[in-house]
Design a binder for this molecule. Sequence first.
Ligand SMILES: O=C(O)C(=O)C[C@@H](O)[C@H](O)[C@H](O)COP(=O)(O)O
Ligand SMILES: [Zn+2]
Length: 351
Amino acid sequence: MPRIEVGGATPYTVTVEHGALKRARVPQQRAALIVDAGLPGGVVQQAQAAFQPELTLEVPSGDACKTAEVWSRVLSRLATANLPRDGAVIGLGGGATTDLAGFVAASYLRGVAYYSAPTTLLGMVDAAVGGKTGINLPEGKNLVGAFWPPRAVWCDPDVLNSLPPAVFREGAAEAYKHGLISDPTLLARVLSPDFRPDHPDFETTLADAIAVKAGVVTRDLTEQGERAYLNFGHTLAHAIEAVTHHGTSHGDAVGYGLHYAALLSRELGGSDLSGHTRRFLAWQQPKPLPDLNFDELNSYMARDKKADSVGVRFVLLHDLAQPYLTRVPDDVLRRVYAVWQTEVSPERLTV
Ligand SMILES: O=C(O)C(=O)C[C@@H](O)[C@H](O)[C@H](O)COP(=O)(O)O
Ligand SMILES: [Zn+2]
């Protein structure tokens, strides 16, 4: 049973284990469970039996829950129910649900205990771990939020069995990203036919992918330095999500964004890693993109949170596991975008 310890000021454990959800418990007497409305009833019932929450609040699936309106509605429900300061908020769902639940926990009564029970691969590998919580604005992705680490995370591969294959593949983008920035052994393991929840090696690969993030956030919770590397591929990805009004899921957008970042890395003199990202996209089969305009995307990229007062910064790779942060001139962004655009067309991804 892999258990990953996340260190820092408020250490916690990520349990990766078949059946983890059934066995999960929280010490607080009073808890609110925030669940993705699209979850299978059996998963919600398991969580209710485990956590015994006094209220269960359904929120819309995906990024539709990461709005100021949903956030405020959930807060009002907690206030109406008089959830006290020593109560707990538990998020059950994909990355969007746990981002929202974490931000509710961070902001309600100026902060109550937060626990995370991710039900998607993306949630397990990435969103549920590390304490980045928040909501979107029409102006961009995750523009409001707080660092509010969970007190525990339960990753139960059994809940992934009912996931639609495209949602599973979507989440693999973050595991592949961890391979590119830190642990290249993950690259082949993620694309292997053995990377499926019912395979005996799955727990270990999942845990190794989570361990990359756990290590980074232990050393740099609030993104003063190294944590920015976890944003590899995300500058374009977040812009795609915003421009398409979340018609492109986060994991698919990250798949596309990884390839753009690999092409930029090559353009700026790094090793050519675009074979890896091309192979990933061919495996992931992300939803095709509508025709996107570079200038519009670039205006969203300008609001990226890695920007400082001088401008936007991209995470690029000198080579596998050698990330760095740099500015990229606009003409380079535009030129590489044109290359990327032809390479990510659906016809090209199927060959
Ligand atoms: O945890 C991080 O740090 C990451 O950058 C991981 C990303 O995969 C994740 O999508 C994160 O929420 C993006 O953070 P943001 O600060 O760019 O909104
Ligand atoms: Zn991400």
